[in-house]
Design a protein around this ligand. Structure first.
Ligand code: HAM
Length: 438
């Protein structure tokens, strides 16, 4: 028995690869519209890059080992620490704000389940060097516009947004000691998935009086307008409410207001977030998070050695792929053979005439295939049909001359007497049938 695929890892057969390519191409197309530049880093990093900053959940899932030189290393489970190091190393010379994106393959030893594998590709979009909320709005706009580019609407996907500073202000206003905030965060994070009495018990165990615990449990349904009316004048909360209102106004102006849903239960597991945070979910709540990110203003100082504000998000290919397939939006045809070339093996100049024709058409940018071994003409034509070719060209060679019988799928047969005429035919005909030649 040959060794099996490792659990949580994927083979990409051409059908699946086409889906991956569709996702990658759409990501790139939208992100470039926002003038982000692509970068990459190494897939293997020093272990300490993650143990210091990523947070316990990710650290517990590391693929880590000691290399032959005795170094403690880990396969990258996320891109953000690498980005922080890279920007930090050139912080003096890079134009600010830095607007970078990457599409790394990441590795986490997760419990494999729907939407969670042990490797995934993750679009990372980050802005470094800007502390204002316009950057936060711009960032969310990229994520939302990607959804729209895949054919999803505000009725399919919801951007759930919170703000850690605003939440901290609220907790301070409610006279909750800062040492208890992590326990409150943990309860908020699970509020949706955990029975209410369990959450209440956990808040009580953290030392919250029942009335305060009641307020926290109410955060699940607290909308921004109510929050503003109820707490907007409290000194610990007021500046954050003003800032968040500005953020919302920018999001409206960027045309993404309809997607946005204020939600204080969005906490984000990663340890480094400091400000506005968000996650994108399907509206029905059928799938896990499509995307998550937010502001992490102190990570560059601690990893990159340069104090620069930063924000970004990661969007994986797994949940997104599941959602697109479920909504009938995964349009990812495997690239077709544009031209199949056939020549009777008993004819003169076989296979040179066929190969010469193939070389010319390939030079013109067409995807060309022919039989790699001698085959009867019927067999070659059958192969062309099976390959789903957009056109079939039969090369008819005699001792004196070569001519070409060409037929586009569903069209009439046309005969050409020169290779130039054939190339012209191919360019005009395949332009009509195969958009990739436009
Ligand atoms: P994250 O929330 O850990 O954030 O991951 C972001 C997204 O990656 C998730 O919403 C999910 O779609 C996908 N994802 C994560 N783990 C897996 C997995 N095991 N299998 C499939 N998909 C997965 C981060 O990683 C942050 N570093 C993102 C970021 C960038 N923040 C700022 N810049």
């Amino acid at each position: 028995m040959p060794p099996k695929l490792l659990p949580g890892f994927r083979d990409f057969y051409p059908d699946q690869f086409a889906e991956r390519a569709h996702i990658f191409e759409t990501w790139r197309r939208v992100v470039r519209r926002y003038a982000f530049q692509e970068y990459d880093g190494p897939p293997l990093e020093p272990l300490e890059l993650y143990t210091q900053k990523s947070g316990d959940e990710i650290v517990g899932q590391l693929f880590e080992f000691v290399d032959k030189g005795g170094r403690a290393v880990a396969m990258r489970p996320e891109m953000t620490p690498t980005l922080a190091r890279m920007v930090g190393a050139r912080a003096q010379t890079l134009r600010k704000p830095v607007r970078w994106f990457s599409m790394p393959q990441l590795f986490r030893y997760e419990r494999t389940q729907r939407g969670r594998l042990r490797e995934h590709f993750q679009l990372n979009v980050d802005i470094v060097g800007e502390s204002g909320v316009l950057a936060d709005a711009e960032l969310l706009s990229v994520a939302v516009e990607i959804m729209a580019a895949f054919g999803l609407t505000a009725a399919d996907v919801r951007a759930r947004v919170s703000d850690r500073q605003l939440l901290n202000g609220l907790l301070a206003h409610l006279a909750i000691d800062a040492t208890t905030w992590p326990a409150v965060y943990a309860v908020l994070d699970k509020l949706e998935r955990q029975p209410l009495d369990v959450s209440a018990e956990k808040l009580a165990a953290a030392g919250l009086p029942p009335a305060t615990a009641e307020v926290i449990l109410g955060f699940a349904t607290l909308d921004f307008a109510t929050l503003q009316a109820r707490y907007g004048h409290a000194p610990e909360v007021a500046p954050h409410v003003t800032r968040f209102a500005q953020y919302l106004a920018h999001c409206e102006a960027l045309g993404i207001g309809a997607w946005l849903h204020f939600d204080l239960t969005i906490v984000r597991g990663l340890a480094y977030y400091t400000g506005i945070v968000f996650e994108l979910f399907d509206h029905v709540g059928e799938f896990r998070a499509i995307c998550g990110g937010g502001r992490y203003d102190h990570l560059l100082a601690s990893v990159g050695g340069t104090d620069l504000p930063a924000l970004g998000f990661g969007m994986g290919d797994v949940v997104l792929g599941e959602l697109l397939t479920a909504r009938g939006l995964m349009r990812a045809p495997v690239p077709a053979v544009a031209v199949w070339i056939a020549q009777a093996p008993e004819s003169p100049l076989y296979p040179a005439a066929m190969l010469h024709t193939a070389a010319r058409l390939r030079a013109d940018g067409h995807a060309v295939e022919f039989a790699l071994r001698e085959q009867r003409m019927e067999k070659q034509l059958e192969s062309s049909r099976k390959a789903g070719s957009l056109a079939t060209i039969v090369v008819d060679a005699t001792e004196e001359a070569v001519c070409y019988r060409a037929r586009a799928a569903g069209g009439p047969e046309e005969t050409m007497h020169t290779l130039d005429a054939l190339c012209e035919w191919a360019s005009s005909t395949l332009k009509r049938t195969d958009p990739s030649h436009e």
